[in-house]
Design a protein. Structure first.
Length: 197
């Protein structure tokens, strides 16, 4: 069980620089993501380090996070281009065919197990045809696999989430590295960038 202010403390301990994953996704999806009129859904945006990079490029961003205090910290000049949504993934209602890019950096697994497939279906329906989905998911050999507040999936389950997509990147990683609240942690991660057919 995480402390009430865990995500606020976590987000505030991070750098303000965009993650490398943003640039990788923009490159892999460049055929679709070259326009500056894009609608982006960012899931688990934290204090907005990647959100700000999307806004800087002229994109409109619907930025979702369970932690309202982190969302409040996102101060941007392009305020008409950002919609802050303070909801948990499990309660999110998304409109169909709305987004060109759905982006999430290390956040989707924090959807609780019992709601994951409903949440995933919600995401898939809200992505436009040819849209890009960019996420990390956690595998069944991750140390957090027994935590009901975290969704972990085996290889077959992960692959089957992307039926009807072309995989631009599908990388499975296993490594040991401290997490924010643990000195040592085994990570089992799928990093995926995919285009909807
Ligand atoms: C590991 S952080 C990643 C934050 C940011 N994307 C980054 O890369 O720095 C996970 C984020 O997901 C949010 N989060 C965790 N569980 C959530 C849930 N069930 N619904 C919505 N957001 C959630 C947290 O508040 C946090 O900002």
């Amino acid at each position: 069980m995480l402390e009430d202010n865990f995500w606020y403390v976590y987000n505030n301990a991070q750098s303000d620089e965009p993650r490398d994953f943003v640039f990788e996704v923009l490159k892999l999806g460049s055929d679709v993501l070259k326009s500056d009129e894009l609608e982006v859904l960012e899931l688990g945006c934290g204090q907005g380090r990647d959100t700000k990079e999307f806004l800087r490029r002229g994109f409109s961003v619907s930025a979702v996070d369970i932690d309202g205090a982190s969302l409040n910290q996102i101060q941007v000049e392009q305020s008409e281009k950002i919609k802050k949504i303070n909801k948990k993934f499990e309660d999110l209602v998304l409109e169909r065919n709305s987004y060109d890019l759905i982006y999430s950096h290390y956040s989707i697994p924090f959807c609780e197990k019992k709601s994951f497939y409903m949440f995933w279906e919600n995401i898939l329906l809200s992505l436009k045809k040819n849209g890009i989905l960019a996420v990390q998911l956690l595998g069944d050999r991750d140390d957090w696999a027994s935590d009901v507040q975290v969704t972990t999936l085996n290889f077959k389950e992960t692959k089957s989430l992307f039926k009807g997509f072309e995989l631009l990147k599908f990388e499975e990683l296993e490594f040991s590295k401290p997490s924010f609240n643990q000195d040592e942690k085994k990570w089992h991660v799928y990093e995926v960038v995919a285009q909807k057919n």
